[in-house]
Design a protein around this ligand. Structure first.
Ligand SMILES: NC(=O)c1ccc[n+]([C@@H]2O[C@H](COP(=O)([O-])OP(=O)(O)OC[C@H]3O[C@@H](n4cnc5c(N)ncnc54)[C@H](O)[C@@H]3O)[C@@H](O)[C@H]2O)c1
Length: 307
């Protein structure tokens, strides 16, 4: 049994990770400023510290007595980073550097969350870690910078780090009411209410959708073997789904008969995004695998219960 700090543990992915760590017998401390997270997402037995990871003294305190850190706290929105460049930069970078700094003395392992947004305008698919990042958004640039700091953490300070580049994560607890939320939760919210929904762009843009429980398993496996290095891994399924295909499947699962609208494409939105998970498979022998339709059913069931 170990004690882990989960930053952003009141959020969508972090709360599932906290649940699974506790189920596996670990002790969990959460640091979250509740900017998008909710305390009710956190498992009851976790210690929740409400505070800002941008403040180094808060991070230092949260690190007391832990064996490792999962760093997920961030402004997790490309759109928000387009609107509030400097403000989101502060959270997405400063908080990450604070985490590495706090891990420095005891050389504690850190699994942190980057993003597939680092690939930016690459058009050759599948996206692979061997490609040079070419972010198009402040969010992607900051996430790439986190990876560079992850490298510094290991090379200069011997802090073992592993960076995850998640593609599109979806599942229960993804806030459907937020305009910055993922496409699946936004579509589901509208379809279940029988309201028209909008596709940004022509719907032919593709994404690689990963069910939340799968990324949680990846995080835990990365931490379990993290004793050296600063590797970065795609967290993806390798399956490409267009937004129009996704919409068709969701309409069927929701028995939706309403309208589908099309609007302008969003700033910095990639035309295609699908990754290879070969490196992750080699490292931990596991890759995300929940079929999209199965993951969508879990997500829709949760939304039906919530609403
Ligand atoms: N959801 C996805 O598809 C996806 C894809 C790629 C990467 N990611 C990354 O995964 C991580 C988790 O994302 P999520 O989708 O669960 O988002 P989320 O918004 O649900 O979770 C982020 C959590 O961090 C907290 N937080 C934000 N700023 C903070 C600060 N300064 N101090 C302390 N806590 C703070 C929020 O309150 C929230 O609980 C993020 O780093 C995000 O960039 C997510």
């Amino acid at each position: 049994m170990a004690t882990y700090l989960v930053t952003g543990g009141c959020g969508f992915i972090g709360s599932h990770l906290a649940d699974n760590l506790i189920e596996a017998g670990h002790r969990v401390v959460i640091l979250d400023d509740l900017s998008t997270g909710k305390t009710e997402n956190a498992p009851k037995s976790a210690e929740v510290i409400i505070g800002d990871a941008v403040d180094p003294t808060v991070v230092e305190k949260a690190f007391k007595g832990i064996d490792g850190c999962f760093h997920l706290a961030a402004v997790a929105s490309v759109e928000r980073s387009n609107e509030a460049w400097a403000e989101t930069h502060k959270v997405n970078i400063t908080a990450t550097v604070n985490i590495f700094e706090a891990a420095k003395e005891k050389k504690l392992p850190v699994v942190y969350t980057s993003s597939a947004a680092v690939y930016g305008d690459h058009t050759e698919m599948p996206l692979s870690e061997s490609m040079m990042p070419r972010p198009l958004t402040a969010y992607g640039a900051d996430k790439y910078s986190c990876e560079l700091h992850g490298r510094v953490a290991w090379m200069t300070h011997q802090i073992p780090t592993a960076g995850a580049r998640p593609f599109n994560i979806y599942g229960p607890r993804q806030d459907p009411k937020s305009p910055y939320s993922g496409v699946i939760s936004i579509f589901a919210d509208r379809m279940l209410a029988g309201k028209p929904y909008r596709i940004n762009g022509d719907g032919k843009q593709t994404r690689d959708f990963v069910y939340v429980q799968d990324i949680v398993r990846v995080f835990m496996a990365l931490m379990a073997q993290l004793d050296e290095g600063c590797a970065v891994y795609n967290v993806c399924t390798g399956k490409e789904t267009s937004i129009a295909q996704l919409a068709d499947t969701m309409e069927r699962l929701c028995d939706y008969k309403g309208e589908r609208e099309y609007g302008p494409a969003r700033l910095g939105d990639a035309r295609a995004s699908v990754g290879t998970n070969a490196l992750l498979k080699e490292a931990i022998g596991f890759v995300p695998q929940t079929p999209l339709e199965e993951g969508l059913k879990h997500t829709l069931n949760w939304l039906r219960q919530e609403g």
